[in-house]
Design a protein around this ligand. Structure first.
Ligand SMILES: Cc1ncc(COP(=O)(O)O)c(C=O)c1O
Length: 427
């Protein structure tokens, strides 16, 4: 399939994040917690579409909703009732009053930043070094770079991530370390002194693109306090955490209220969609029409039907209880393997998300990730998994996503594959 695909599809894949040595994995179908590749191999899916599928594959409620919608017409570029229901449900879960829809996480963060810029009349933005917020120019800055290029912790470099990103655009994006409210405050104060105060801080409340890094106690509260005091909008990018770590995402889990949130991935139940939520003040420019928050496919009826079924029938309170129980089993199982084999690392996670971080030291930010993560071990673990029926997210920065379809046996199979790796490594 790779040989055939690469003759038409650049690199044989639809997105660079789908390529992988020695070749991409081509999937044919998925049901519940299982996926089958084009060679017919069955695996338990812990990748789950980069965290888009806590509902599991081909969930009957979502399949029914989308099938019914198909017959009623699939696109009008006018809102359907489903869009209203989804917005109401997000409003209820997040306690955030205003919502708009987009088609991906990148669109969500791009539009949220534009809204913040219009609201404040400022151009500069602040992000966390090493954090991924999508593939548009504003945020493709200071993501994966060699350790020595990070720069000074108090004034990290604004480094374009890959080609085609103008340095002048990258300069508008200022990275700061995670879990360090003091460093963020000092950098923002410097930006004020330099005459380029930031419009917003965009951040993942728990980092999910360096494995999983949890916010330390008090960190998010301190960020909320300092951004409010300095008049900077706070955007929680919940593209990964939202709907995966609690019904109301990180806002519910940590109890800290940002000015805006961005959602995507799990929202669409497998269809491409995303959302931006915000306070009434943050959405003033959108409602007044001075910021064009637009898109032909925004609120697409098929995606909204899937999202409605997902929110009202699948990701219920009972679903979160089940996911939490599976997560605990998986984390405990992995931690037990680490301890029995004396591996340098630890299991960490929240809700449906988690990983084994191969590091002798706790990873709290990009610097400690770069300095300590054993990337080769992470790659080897992926290969071990793939060859033992565990379909795991590729990449040293990724984590697993559980779904309502994962059984205890599925979690035990993951732990068993990890145990085999640990035993071979220490033999
Ligand atoms: C935190 C976060 N924000 C934004 C995005 C971009 O989402 P998308 O790939 O749907 O554009 C991602 C994608 O991985 C993400 O992890």
């Amino acid at each position: 399939m790779f040989e055939r695909a690469r003759r038409a599809l650049a690199g044989g894949v639809a997105s660079a994040y789908q390529s992988r040595e020695p070749w991409p994995i081509y999937l044919e179908r998925g049901v519940g917690s299982k996926v089958w590749d084009v060679d017919g191999a069955e695996r338990i899916d812990f990748h789950n579409g980069f965290g888009s599928m806590p509902q599991g594959h081909a969930h009957p409620a979502i399949t029914r909703a989308v099938t019914e919608r198909m017959e009623l017409g699939t696109h009008f570029a006018a809102p359907t009732e489903d869009a209203v229901v989804v917005a109401e449900e997000l409003q209820r879960r997040w306690g955030i009053p205003r919502w708009r829809f987009v088609n991906s996480g990148s669109e969500a963060t791009m539009d949220a930043i534009r809204i913040a810029r219009a609201h404040t009349g400022r151009d500069t933005i602040v992000k966390i070094f090493g954090s991924y917020h999508g593939h548009h120019d504003y945020v493709m800055v200071s993501i994966g770079v060699p350790y020595h290029r990070i720069g000074n912790r108090e004034s990290y470099e604004s480094l374009p991530y890959g080609g085609g990103i103008p340095q002048s655009v990258a300069e508008l994006t200022i990275p700061v370390p995670f879990n360090d409210a003091g460093a963020m405050e000092r950098r923002i104060e410097t930006l004020f002194e330099e005459g380029r105060p930031p419009a917003c801080v965009i951040m993942e409340p728990a980092m999910m693109n360096l494995g999983v890094i949890l916010p330390e106690p008090g960190y998010l509260e301190a960020v909320r306090e300092l951004t409010k005091r300095l008049g900077v909008l706070l955007i929680f990018d919940e593209v990964k955490t939202g709907l995966c770590i609690a019904a109301g995402g990180a806002v519910e889990r940590f109890g800290v209220e940002p000015d805006m949130v961005t959602l995507a991935k799990a929202l669409g139940g497998g269809l491409p969609t995303g959302a931006i939520g915000g306070t009434e003040e943050a959405f003033e420019t959108v409602e007044a029409g001075s910021v064009y928050q637009v898109g032909t496919y925004n609120g697409n009826p098929l995606a909204m039907a899937a999202a409605r079924a997902s929110l009202t029938e699948v990701l219920t309170p009972e679903a979160y209880e089940l996911i939490e129980a599976r997560e605990e089993r998986l984390l405990r199982g992995c931690q037990d393997v680490i301890e029995r084999h004396n591996l340098p690392g630890y299991a960490v996670g929240l809700g449906a998300k988690g990983c084994v971080t191969f590091s002798p030291e706790p990873v709290v930010d990009y610097e400690s990730f770069k300095a300590n993560q054993d990337g080769e071990l992470a790659d080897l673990a992926w290969l071990y998994n793939m060859n033992r029926g565990i379909y795991m997210t590729p990449g040293r920065e990724e984590e697993w996503t559980l779904s309502v379809a994962h059984s205890e046996e599925d979690c035990d199979a993951f732990v068993a594959a990890f145990d085999e790796l640990a035993a071979d490594l220490t033999a």
